[in-house]
Write a protein that binds this ligand. Structure first.
Ligand code: ATP
Ligand code: MG
Ligand code: MG
Ligand code: MG
Length: 562
């Protein structure tokens, strides 16, 4: 591709609001442009990187026995009502109405659509196991879109879904996909780690996240310095042997005293551990207890907010009675598994807490990721641990270490959660109706692009790994007005192309300084500079990653690249 023919609008200045390296460089090197908060155009260079990541994903998914399809982004509300998620998914789901007033959602994920599809078209046990995947645009109205493509409101995801007649079959496919993910992220040259995750509110059992190690990651990884143990913080702090959520109503009524005690404990903990976020609070209402789970994951990076948050919660924990909370305005939180009375208390308390927390910082940040806890019980809450670095850890071997991670992939054994909710079934070998056993597997494709940019850069710009670089070689004639230089540059351009290299030729009549700066920003693996020695057929080769530079004759180039 000739640079004069494509669109790579580089920027000299540091863009305002771009806080992290990948976001800054992707903007400056002309890879992305923002259209609205969390909504981006992928410019020609980024499109090429996306295509390469997608092709790697396709190869590995097909190897794992998955077939590609493409489902619609526009999904009827009825499907989400069947699974129950129309009410529980919350504000992240983008909802709209058609001209007839019918409700729709823009796909945040596709469990509903695929479960309904398979229910219609796969009636026999003979068709399973079946794994289907797609690469498609997803919509999530994130509370706090940020970091460019890392947390968008419109983003590209690869999502796969598997259907089984037995747990063994699910285990098998889950392992295959685990291997495929390991291959995919390895081929993208990412420094990553698979960690145990918490199956939390969705139910299901095994689930793992693929985390790219990075200080700007929004997730905390807990790992052991001597064993293979690695989990996300929620999982590491969750009580052992907790799998099935129990009925919170019964448990809450049963519990007599621990609520007050736990608040004191929490206060004490927060006072002695500045910088930690609180996980949950239990409020007493009449003779019953309401538990509120507060998730702090997304703010943990920000000391200012964090301290403000903790101070406010400690204050709340010490002084606030449920009566005071009841004076706060009511917010709608969607149905929760509490009886009506408890629901109202939880509503008030959560809203009050959210308001209190939002009021606790002056930065205009909204801290609203506060949800009533549906599937933890007070008893279990008492087993929750606060983990800090240096603690003995969770698998009994070694000491706890913390790292930050970017979640690029997530695999999940769903079991029958969706098939049962939606009444989706097949006929088994005896002709009896059975619910499908399911798995689901996601990769953030656009997030992966950003994660690579975050791990591969230096002070001058991006440094693409060969496998997913937008082009392999950047050919730069220093002076396009010089005939020998232009001629040799064109000749090399054609030579590389005919040898199946992807080449970007900077045929612009810009000053050399501008061309070199742009070239460093864009970060192709190899740069070939055609300068004064063009007459002698000599060019300069520069390796972007190492900065290594040497001169070669045009005949030596191809063998050298190989
Ligand atoms: P997060 O914890 O970061 O909000 P998630 O757990 O909600 O992500 P999943 O539902 O597991 O996300 O979706 C599968 C994958 O999609 C994630 O592992 C991530 O790589 C990607 N993803 C999720 N949300 C976004 C987003 N807002 N922008 C870009 N990629 C995303
Ligand atoms: Mg999310
Ligand atoms: Mg997550
Ligand atoms: Mg996830």
């Amino acid at each position: 591709m000739k640079q004069s023919r494509t669109l790579i609008p580089t920027l000299r200045e540091m863009p305002a609001d771009a806080e992290i390296k990948s976001h800054q460089f992707l903007l400056r090197a002309g890879f992305i442009r923002q259209v609205a908060s969390g909504v981006y155009t992928y410019m020609p260079l980024a499109k090429r990187v996306l295509d390469k990541i997608e092709n790697i994903i396709r190869e590995e998914m097909e190897n794992a026995g998955a077939a590609e399809l493409l489902m619609p982004a526009l999904q009827p509300a009825e499907l989400w009502q069947e699974s129950g998620r129309w009410h529980t998914y919350g504000d992240e789901l983008m909802r709209l109405r058609d001209r007839h007033g019918r409700g729709f959602a823009l796909g945040a994920t596709h469990e509903e659509v695929i479960t309904s599809l398979v229910n219609d078209d796969v009636q026999s046990y003979k068709k399973m196991p079946l794994t289907l995947y797609q690469i498609q645009t997803k919509f999530r109205d994130e509370q706090r879109p940020r970091f460019g493509l890392l947390r968008g409101r419109e983003f590209i995801m690869k999502d796969a879904y598997s259907f089984h007649t037995s747990e063994e079959s699910l285990d098998e496919v889950y392992q295959k996909i685990y291997k495929a993910y390991t291959n995919i992220f390895t081929r993208c040259e990412l420094d990553f780690r698979a960690v145990l995750a918490d199956s939390g509110a969705i139910g299901g059992k095994d689930t793992q996240e693929f985390m790219v190690l990075s200080d700007i990651g929004e997730d905390t990884i807990v790992y052991s310095d001597t064993s293979d143990y690695a989990a996300n913080l929620e999982m590491a702090e969750a009580p052992q042997n907790y799998d099935k959520p129990t009925d919170i109503e019964k448990e809450l009524v049963k519990v007599e005293t621990p609520a007050q005690k736990s608040i004191e404990e929490v206060s004490r903990f927060l006072n002695s551990h500045p910088g930690h976020c609180i996980k949950s609070l239990v409020f007493k209402a009449d003779d019953e207890y309401v538990m509120i789970l507060v998730r702090g994951d997304h703010e943990v990076n920000d000391i200012k907010v964090k301290n403000g948050l903790n101070a406010k919660i400690v204050e709340l924990a010490e002084h606030v009675e449920i009566e005071h909370l009841l004076e706060c305005p009511i917010g709608s939180l969607g149905p929760i598994n509490l009886n009506e009375k408890m629901k109202v208390y939880a509503d008030h308390a959560v809203k009050a807490l959210a308001n209190a927390i939002c009021g606790a910082n002056e930065d205009g940040y909204h801290y609203m990721n506060v949800q009533p806890c549906r599937d933890f019980t007070v008893d279990k809450y008492m087993d929750f641990r606060f983990i800090k670095e240096g603690d003995p850890s969770p698998d009994g071997k070694g000491k706890v270490q913390f790292a930050r991670g970017i979640e690029v992939g997530h695999i999940f054994k769903l079991g029958k959660t969706y098939s049962e909710a939606m009444g989706a079934s097949y006929l088994d070998v005896n002709g009896r109706s059975q619910s499908y056993i399911m798995g689901c597997y996601g990769i953030g494709v656009s997030r992966t692009l950003s994660a690579v940019a975050e791990q591969f850069n230096d002070e001058n710009g991006l440094v693409w790994p060969v496998n997913i670089a937008p082009y392999h070689i950047h050919v730069i004639p220093v002076n396009t007005k010089d005939e020998a230089q232009s001629y040799l540059a064109e000749e090399l351009y054609e030579l590389f192309k005919s040898n199946r290299y992807e080449v970007l030729l900077d045929d612009r009549s810009e000053r050399p300084g501008v061309k070199f700066k742009d070239s460093d920003l864009i970060g192709l693996p190899v740069r070939i500079t055609v300068g004064k020695k063009a007459n002698d057929g000599i060019v300069e080769v520069k390796v972007r990653k190492t900065g290594e530079m040497f001169e070669v004759t045009k005949d030596e180039i191809l063998p050298m690249l190989a």
